[in-house]
Design a protein. Structure first.
Length: 198
């Protein structure tokens, strides 16, 4: 694996460790602040996981020109383009909702790497992720003190959704790593012939 990939994996490990620590704090203290932190940590890890997978897919797509459309490449970069009043092109960040971003990432993964990654979007974990996203939005944009409360059921549902996503992310990363290792082994097969001048 290259250093960029190792750095990205290291950063994702930190995000997952943050979830574990936040959940431990929420469990040990039963404090609402700790529960809010756990929800935030889970979504930071989910969004970080999507970003990590998309960066790897972007590298794969750049190695194989034409494998993704220009629109798909822009979406992997989360970019949008416009023209200003002077005719200059502008690049802007493209917001993609989390559910759409997950589905996009899975679709592009399957396009670039085949059908081995096949998450169940009918799974209770996917449904729990959707419910937890509502809690996260409520915490991010509170309108009242009640909006800051996180029930035990909401925290458990968020955890179920997080685990669903974590399984998807681990599968995707494993499949990409396995594919890369197979490519390296295939290249290594030619090394003895190259050293002999063939």
């Amino acid at each position: 694996m290259n250093s960029h990939s190792d750095e990205q994996s290291g950063y994702y490990s930190i995000l997952v460790a943050d979830v574990a620590e936040a959940l431990k704090q929420a469990h040990d203290t039963a404090d609402l602040s700790a529960r809010r932190s756990a929800i935030r940590a889970m979504f930071a890890a989910i969004e970080g996981g999507i970003a990590h997978i998309k960066q790897m897919l972007l590298l794969d797509a750049e190695i194989a020109p034409g494998s993704c459309s220009p629109a798909e490449m822009a979406l992997l970069r989360e970019e949008n383009y416009s023209v200003d009043e002077r005719g200059n092109s502008r690049t802007r960040p493209q917001f993609i909702s989390l559910p759409q971003n997950i589905r996009l990432t899975v679709r592009l993964f399957r396009k670039l790497h085949g059908d081995a990654l096949d998450p169940e979007f009918g799974h209770p974990g996917w449904q729990s992720l959707g419910e937890a996203l509502k809690v996260r939005h409520r915490l991010t944009h509170p309108r009242s003190k009640e909006d800051l409360a996180v029930t035990t059921d909401e925290l458990q549902s968020a955890f179920v959704g997080f685990m669903w996503f974590l399984a998807l992310a681990v599968d995707a990363m494993h499949l990409m790593r396995s594919e890369m290792e197979a490519r390296v082994q295939e290249m290594a097969r030619y090394l003895p012939d190259l050293s002999k001048g063939k």
